[in-house]
Design a protein around this ligand. Sequence first.
Ligand SMILES: *Cc1c(COP(=O)(O)O)cnc(C)c1O
Length: 376
Amino acid sequence: MIHFNEPPFTGKEMEYMRQAVENSHICGDGIFTKKCHAWLEERTHSPKALLTTSCTHALEMAALLLDIQPGDEVIMPSYTFASTADAFVMRGARIVFVDIRPDTMNLDENLIEDAISERTRAIVVMHYAGVACEMDTIMKIADKYKIPVVEDAAQAVMSSYKGVPLGSIGDYGCYSFHETKNYSMGEGGAILIRDAANRDRAEIIREKGTDRSKFWRGEVDKYTWVDFGSSYLPSDLNAAYLWAQLEQADEINDKRLKLWDIYYEELKELAGEGFLELPVVPEGCQHNAHMFYIKTDDIEQRSALIGFLKERGIGAVFHYIPLHTVAAGKKYGVFHGEDRYSTRESERLLRLPLHSHVSEEDAYTVCRGLKEFYRK
Ligand SMILES: *Cc1c(COP(=O)(O)O)cnc(C)c1O
């Protein structure tokens, strides 16, 4: 059986979690959290990175930091996970969905400007499959209209755009360490803060509205309730689990890229013969092999292929019913312009198994299954 997903585990996790217990510090911001913060800040060149209880919560923090108010508009793609929208809808925002590009499945940067109104308060981009959105164009538009940018970089840890780490380009970048992501702590995430001036407020929002972070650093002699906030900091036990993987981030990344390359090379022929389409990685985008997907002709062929692979013990799945087509999306958002690609392309996309327990042999087996399906 080649499962679609299995949680990452390097072997050091239990030892680090035991150390956290022996340190008598299992709540938030212990030594493993600090190690993770330092790693994230070093790797992304961000002045501040904070672990959170999820990427969803990192996005909620971004919405709070941006003071999103009822009636504000937030631009984002419709082809994304519910959390991208949820975080802003919870603040009363109206979501303005724009179409995606069919090549990368990322929001089409050329459609953003037309969707901007007087009420636009944020542009939220999502780097699908760890492949960057066209950030130069997006940041230029954001600068022109003075609109902040939030990167939903849930899938993009270790990815970059023209050499700049994803998550560090917009005002706020949000990572996920959910068990389905490249690096995991079970449930968890992080927020990257680009401008040092926003650091204190982010720390306060994350720590129940208190200045406890300043207290730990010895900057104040007692901590008090200073603003609104919530509890967005994860246990150091979870951070210990994550640390085992961040320590081996380069090895994990290399292994994933190797599998991705096997899929790509093995399926090139089928693509050349017009049976399926392969993912596109534009020039200047270094991806992290978060996922490997193919595109079938249509939804019927995709369903048949899922069944065919399942009979051979291979788990392949699709995801993201475009948000504007489902109940909450209709209630809280509106699609700006024409849905040329969001629905059509999402119905053709199929993800193949790619996680830390997939072997190279497994990847070849999956490719053999695909060849059999298309050439039978
Ligand atoms: C996984 C994912 C999320 C949610 O991450 P959590 O850590 O589970 O909250 C949000 N956005 C995208 C694009 C994702 O892939």
